[in-house]
Design a protein around this ligand. Structure first.
Ligand code: AP5
Length: 214
């Protein structure tokens, strides 16, 4: 099975993709994670992407489509969860080609429907363990012992450089202008399933499970 998780920044795509990966043996292909790794590794792609990501704008269609092609080649016949891709009509068309070249098809496009103002707080409050990646939030999920990761005990935490309010607003404007308009491309093929992304994480997960088990 191959699915797309679609929704604005902070809608919960990464949260739900990680859960699906753990529970269903599917593989999360997150262009955001791939690009952040490229930035950290100072690869040619990372050097091009760094400033664009910090401004909240979109990296080129060619770069992210190539990353997804490499990701698909690496996962064998496991199902794919596309997280943060596609984000433009050109990326949606590229994905169709990448899938058909590999004998795959798209099963569901799950749109996480959310209230953008609430998302600003979700995003600007989030941080994670710099060692094991466990996610936390200033309001909703602090470590049980202040300054110590619940999972690995590390005292080192990090925040994404694009998680400040001004950049989040730009990321949301990019979503409205370039990503939301791809929904009709999938609606006309009957692939779009709408889920309330403002519900608690477990309820969102249950709604997605119900779609995948239909
Ligand atoms: P990317 O990494 O894809 O970021 P994003 O789409 O902005 O999404 P986020 O990771 O911020 O949010 P999410 O929906 O995964 O939410 P999460 O689960 O973390 O992209 C970053 C940048 O890379 C882009 O701006 C662009 O520059 C570039 N890029 C990436 N892909 C690209 C592409 N295809 N084309 C061009 N450029 C690209 O949840 C957020 C928070 O909310 C967490 O704290 C979480 O714990 C909490 N939370 C989650 N669900 C719930 C819930 N139901 N209730 C309460 N809290 C919740």
């Amino acid at each position: 099975m191959n699915i797309i998780l679609l929704g604005p920044p902070g809608a919960g795509k990464g949260t739900q993709a990680a859960r699906l990966e753990a529970g269903r043996g599917m593989v999360q292909l997150s262009t955001g994670d791939m690009l952040r790794q490229a930035v950290a590794d100072r690869t040619p792609v990372g050097l091009k992407a760094k400033a664009i990501m910090e401004a909240g704008e979109l990296v080129s269609d060619a770069i992210v489509s190539a990353l997804i092609g490499e990701g698909l080649d690496a996962i064998g016949d496991q199902g794919a969860i596309f997280d943060g891709f596609p984000r433009t009509r050109a990326q949606a068309e590229a994905l169709d080609l990448l899938l058909s070249e590999r004998g795959r098809k798209l099963d569901h496009v799950i749109e996480l429907q959310v209230d953008e103002d609430a998302l600003v707080e979700r995003i600007t409050g989030r941080f994670s363990c710099a060692n094991c990646g466990t996610p936390y939030h200033d309001t909703y999920k602090l470590p049980k012992v202040a300054g110590t990761c619940d999972v690995c005990g590390s005292h080192d935490f990090k925040r994404r450089p694009d998680d400040n309010e001004a950049t989040v607003r730009t990321r949301m404007a990019e979503y409205r202008a370039k990503t939301a308009p791809i929904l009709p491309y999938y609606e006309e093929r009957g692939l779009v399933r709408k889920v309330d992304g403002m519900a608690p994480v477990e309820d969102v997960a249950a709604a997605i499970d119900a779609i995948l088990e239909r």
